[in-house]
Design a protein. Structure first.
Length: 242
């Protein structure tokens, strides 16, 4: 790419992802609001409102981090339902658990430290699985998608909310924002420009809308489709297991 970013080897990538999220965990929520001008809240709200999740449902929020989706699902599934907030990173999981507990959301949530590539749940466990801004951090995305397919119940759906390829007209502004402004914001508010440079790079390397859709089809998902938001800065992919 014209920013000279090279794909890093897999073990190195996994370690790097761990470092990034350990280092940003405490300020993660603030930075989300700042960097997206609060718009990530709408992307997440749209995702949850279109999930069709009902009372009593079992939901897995993988790469759930500080729990933005989990907290919404916890209300929707009610006391008879169940939400699992899973994340590979203990620091993110701790921040998420503290935040939800502080807000009195406790009844029907489990916190599980897990890798999306090898989910520690039985086959056919969940009615709905979400992964929001998580898949691009996963080293082996095909393996992760296959793992999600396995633990999804027949009739259940996967929703992938992730940065994607923005419309052409937005490209120039978007590149400047992500590679110049974003690291500066990161430096200013967390003293850590590197983590935010990684963020921009990981977004650039992530498969575009059609590629991700095909990856979902390849592991067995059916009726796969996506919905662009904010001119394709973000896309919500959906697929079902039958
Ligand atoms: N879903 C939350 C949200 O939308 O605010 C958190 C998103 S955060 C940008 C990405 C999360 O993915 C981090 O908490 C990170 O620890 C987690 N993650 C990275 N690689 C993972 C993996 N292989 N399995 C599970 N979680 C992973």
């Amino acid at each position: 790419t014209h920013f000279g970013y090279k794909e890093v080897p897999t073990a190195e990538k996994a370690r790097h992802v761990a470092d990034v999220f350990h280092s940003v965990a405490g300020k993660y929520d603030l930075m989300n609001d700042l960097m997206s001008l609060g718009i990530h809240r709408f992307w997440k709200l749209f995702t949850v409102s279109n999930s069709g999740v009902r009372r009593g449902a079992k939901v897995l929020d993988i790469a759930g981090g500080t729990g933005d989706l989990t907290r919404k699902f916890a209300k929707m599934v009610g006391e008879t339902g169940h939400v699992v907030l899973a994340d590979i990173n203990g620091s993110m999981l701790n921040v998420g658990r503290d935040r939800l507990t502080d807000d009195g959301i406790v009844a029907n949530i489990d916190y599980v430290q897990a890798n999306a590539e090898a989910l520690p749940f039985p086959d056919n466990s969940f009615d709905c699985i979400t992964i929001a801004f998580g898949l691009r951090n996963v080293t082996d995305k095909d393996k992760a998608l296959a793992s999600m397919f396995r633990v999804l119940k027949p009739g259940g759906q996967l929703m992938v909310l992730e940065f994607s390829k923005p419309a052409d007209w937005l490209g120039g502004i978007y590149d400047t924002y992500s590679f110049k402004v974003l690291p500066q914001l990161g430096k200013l508010f967390t003293g850590d420009a590197e983590s935010y440079r990684y963020l921009a790079e990981s977004i650039r390397m992530h498969p575009d809308q059609e590629t991700l859709k095909q990856m979902m089809i390849d592991v067995g998902f059916e009726r796969c489709d996506y919905h662009n938001m904010s001119a394709g800065i973000v896309a919500l992919h959906r697929g079902y297991k039958f």
